[in-house]
Design a protein around this ligand. Structure first.
Ligand code: ADP
Length: 490
């Protein structure tokens, strides 16, 4: 099968969160199963160009219809750790992808509408005819809309679209301008409840809704979250649309790429280890302490790695730092905030705790450091308000780092409580809590830290249980292949 992934992120060169890891891991899994896989991305100025091999122009004269005129683009080709990638580089005064940032611009919807249109034009003009075009999140939600409203009238009537939603909170809300820009036009056609009209703001259109309505299949990143999105407020207003399209909607739990996230082969660690040589994990703990100027000693290290966004339960993260320090634990935080006031709040905390030898707060995006933290920490905390899948806990498990999570979305499908789960003891791999409050966090931290200090053998077994879990792309890969086979033109 010939599959093209169209996405706004790809690890490790353009990564904001889990979407980048998924596109990276899934495209590799699909290709080792014998499929032809290509990835189309914007050519951002702020990508990690050191992660691209052999970057060369591959299609020089791509003209993308835009606002009744056309934008001239170059499409570049390069390998990203073996993945075949094409990069759209528009030559226009808008400088859509030369903003020194991935997201956060006022014209984001226009930027990604352009990207989606350019990806389709590239396929059309270069004669590429994939069986499946796999789109991700609101950024490429308009691609299936354009595919079926505009491109089936060209030579692309056999291409099928799969649409994966990684986060329902961000949907890409827009108005007439984007219809005009993309040539979709016909506001009377698209301002329809069964097409793109936003379910709440009837004067607006919704990219994600478009992706759901027009794709041949829609997935989200865990079965539990598929249920939450349909039946709770976590669908962020799209519940009814998901009901309408429930026959083509399902959840597939994300995997992680064990070629990247594996303590046995990870080149970014101070020492490599497996479940059999787990004592070598502690070499990484000391290396992490040295790097972050933390005290040495018997204390456990608790880590938080992730975006500093309200979704992640930031008040609880904040609270857990103080609580951990009061319970003889150390704390390491690695995160970035796109919101200025959140950034300032954590910046202030960093200043307050600057001289504390048991705490380090790192407000940056640092892929290399994240590997050392996963390996060096004893526990990670993920107290999210909602979490479609969550990768931090899955990565932590592989590194023998015990996850402490709130039982929502994909967290509840991957972490099973040491004391309360109904699973057999050897399948329990962490600590969970339900309530979104500080009492729940405190008591769960106390249980975890208590096991660490009082029952080190049991704690070690819990670490090993986590390392023995299989959250590779193997299972999810076959689910995606089944879906692609179901929808492809026969
Ligand atoms: P989300 O997609 O909501 O951001 P996930 O848990 O699915 O959350 O994925 C987060 C990914 O991003 C993980 O690979 C995590 O290690 C990585 N990550 C998040 N913040 C940072 C950071 N500041 N530095 C390095 N890696 C980060």
């Amino acid at each position: 099968m010939y599959i093209v992934q169209v996405a706004s992120e790809l690890a490790p060169l353009a990564k904001v969160g889990g979407l980048a890891d998924v596109v990276c891991g899934l495209s590799w899994e699909l290709s080792i199963r014998g499929n032809e896989v290509e990835v189309i991305l914007p050519k951002y100025d702020c990508m990690r160009y050191d992660q691209i091999w052999g970057l060369t122009p591959s299609f020089n004269d791509l003209w993308v219809p835009w606002f009744g005129g056309g934008v001239h683009c170059t499409v570049w080709f390069g390998f990203v750790h073996g993945r075949k990638c094409f990069f759209i580089d528009p030559h226009s005064g808008d400088n859509f992808f030369n903003r020194n940032t991935f997201y956060g611009c006022n014209d984001d919807v226009l930027r990604y509408a352009f990207f989606s249109k350019a990806a389709l034009e590239f396929l059309l003009q270069s004669g590429k005819r994939p069986d499946i075009i796999h789109c991700h999140d609101w950024q490429t939600g308009l691609l299936p809309v354009m595919l079926f409203e505009q491109y089936t009238h060209t030579d692309m009537q056999f291409q099928r679209a799969c649409y994966t939603i990684h986060n329902f909170k961000h949907q890409g809300i827009f108005g007439h301008e984007v219809l005009h820009a993309t040539g979709l036009g016909r506001p009377e056609h698209f301002f329809d409840h069964n097409r793109l009209k936003d379910n709440h703001n009837h004067l607006a259109l919704n990219c994600m809704k478009g992706g759901i309505v027009y794709s041949n299949f829609v997935t989200t990143v865990s079965p539990h979250h598929a249920w939450e999105a349909r039946f709770t407020d976590q669908g962020y207003g799209l519940n009814h649309t998901l009901h309408q399209h429930h026959q083509k909607f399902g959840g597939i739990l994300n995997g992680i790429d064990y070629a990247t996230w594996n303590p046995e082969i990870d080149p970014l660690l101070a020492a490599r280890y497996s479940a059999e040589t787990i004592q070598d994990k502690y070499i990484n703990k000391e290396a992490l302490r040295d790097r972050l100027w933390l005290n040495r000693g018997v204390k456990p290290i608790i880590a938080y790695i992730g975006r500093l966004d309200e979704q992640k339960g930031l008040d609880l993260v904040y609270h857990s730092i103080h609580h951990a320090l009061s319970r003889d634990a150390q704390f390491v935080l690695l995160g970035t905030a796109s919101n200025h006031s959140i950034h300032c709040k954590f910046q202030d905390l960093k200043h307050q705790l600057n001289d504390n030898p048991d705490c380090h707060i790192e407000l940056s995006f640092n892929e290399e450091l994240s590997h050392l933290i996963y390996a060096g920490a004893d526990m990670v905390i993920v107290p999210s308000a909602f979490e479609p899948c969550g990768l931090t806990q899955i990565i932590a498990l592989k590194y023998g780092t015990v996850p402490i999570v709130r039982s929502v979305g994909g967290l509840s499908s991957t972490v099973f409580d040491y004391n309360y789960s109904e699973k057999p003891m050897l399948s329990r791999n962490g600590y969970t809590f339900d309530n979104f409050d500080t009492y729940a966090v405190e008591s769960t931290l106390n249980r975890t830290i208590g096991l660490y200090y009082d029952f080190p053998h049991e704690f070690r077994q819990l670490m090993i249980n986590g390392m023995n879990c299989d959250y590779s792309w193997n299972h999810p890969g076959s689910h995606y292949v089944n879906i692609f086979n179901l929808i492809r033109h026969k």
